[in-house]
Design a protein around this ligand. Sequence first.
Ligand SMILES: Cc1cc2nc3c(=O)[nH]c(=O)nc-3n(C[C@H](O)[C@H](O)[C@H](O)COP(=O)(O)OP(=O)(O)OC[C@H]3O[C@@H](n4cnc5c(N)ncnc54)[C@H](O)[C@@H]3O)c2cc1C
Length: 487
Amino acid sequence: MTRHAVIIVGGGPAGLMLASELALLDIGVAIVERRPSQDLQGSRAGGLHSRTIEVLDQRGIADRFVSQGQRHPAVHFHVPLDISELPSRHNYVLALWQNEFERILAERVAELAVPIYRGIEARDVSQHDDGVEVTLSDGSTLRSDYLVGCDGGRSVTRKAAGIAFPGWEPTTSWLIAEVATNEEPAWGFRHDAVGTHAIGKLDGGKRARIVLTEQRLETSTEPTLHEVSAALIAIYGTDYGIHDASWISRFTDMARQAETYRDRRVLLAGDAAHIHPPMGGQGLNLGVQDAVNLGWKLAQVIKRSSPDSLLDTYHAERHPVAARVLQNTLAQMALRRPDDRSKALGNILSELLRMREPRTHLGAMMSGLGVQYDLGEGHPLLGRRMPDLDLFTENGPQRLFTLLHQAHPVLLNLAEAGSLDAWKTRVRVVDAQSAATLELPTLGAVATPAAVLVRPDGYVAWVGEHSQQGLAEALSAWVGESASALR
Ligand SMILES: Cc1cc2nc3c(=O)[nH]c(=O)nc-3n(C[C@H](O)[C@H](O)[C@H](O)COP(=O)(O)OP(=O)(O)OC[C@H]3O[C@@H](n4cnc5c(N)ncnc54)[C@H](O)[C@@H]3O)c2cc1C
């Protein structure tokens, strides 16, 4: 029976990102993907947020995506929020359709020679003392040390593992369609007593992407062109002669989250772990960042440089992040209600969001730059993303993110050169100089500390100000005992 260290069920955004993280760290990973090719029906997600672009930049591949999209200065929470003041090299939203995103990421996965079992479905997943077995639609089985379900909202993996998926039932549904039209449609947004509707240009205006709020909650997942046509006539008085649909679907505001992201050797990431309405465009971004949190942890456990308990930190860190996204989408749904009381609330919020502090607070939240993992009390950097500082090293000027290209941890010494050399047997130490202060989203300027331990996902695990107190413990917790991280 074929065995891999890790099997990923589902090669969408989360699965592809996780595969590339694991392959970069020389872990034998394979993907099982139902679709016969990477082609995606419908354009789905429309953009990347700042933190997602940053994590791609940490691996040296952001330009591949940025060069293919368009930058916009605002995230959306009830109203557009300008984020160009946020301290990041990527303080914008990158408009890039999901099928483009997946195509570019799949190229990276191919470069890293990850095998993909395509056109085949995972039907069942069972756990044994020494691994996980997955039964495929052709009757064959594969084994692995760990299995990660990146198989979307209806995850077979989650169901087979018996992981509960509690949350909020839907209240509203939307029809979405990508079609050709005989007449020029009314491009843009339209608001009425039912809600907001939108018709946007696809392929330079040759085709249309239509999103219509439905009069009543509908939940069937396969609506017809006739339903879209009838809904258009009810709202616009015409269906613009729609035809030749390349995608018709329906989504709702249902929001659910897996009770646990881990059951022994089975883990969940992306939509398999959390679903929510698409307000603010956060789902794909969350999944990619789940993958970046999980990849290096799985690699360290498989290489036995860290204990299996490191994997519990994946749930501990990422579950609260998605729980907060679910909350912000519930709030955005409430603000979209077309009744007068909800409108009044929305108007007051709009007033507040003209002020700098509320705007940057929500901007940091929506862009993912505001995430802070609970790594205890201490310096404001602890548990936050390390900014992409301009460093001066013995090799000349260097951006901090370049130190993370290989997904290895780094102990950055910004004090006297050589003062952390004693730790070189445990972790890569880089002596550097940087500006006296650094800028953090919402917090503003913070004195640059003497040293930081940056994890492979770019989050700060330890900050040294006047001593090396706590560094040994942080290295044991996050880097592991073995020197394999030095490769
Ligand atoms: C209309 C709409 C607009 C959206 N807009 C945005 C946006 O602007 N920004 C944003 O961030 N997100 C947006 N999203 C959400 C985004 O599309 C999802 O969050 C994202 O696709 C999740 O990625 P994933 O890899 O977790 O899951 P998926 O993309 O669902 O990928 C799962 C993969 O697993 C495969 N699979 C499933 N079951 C099996 C099985 N049993 N065996 C083998 N393979 C299997 C599937 O074929 C698929 O390739 C939007 C979604 C919709 C519907």
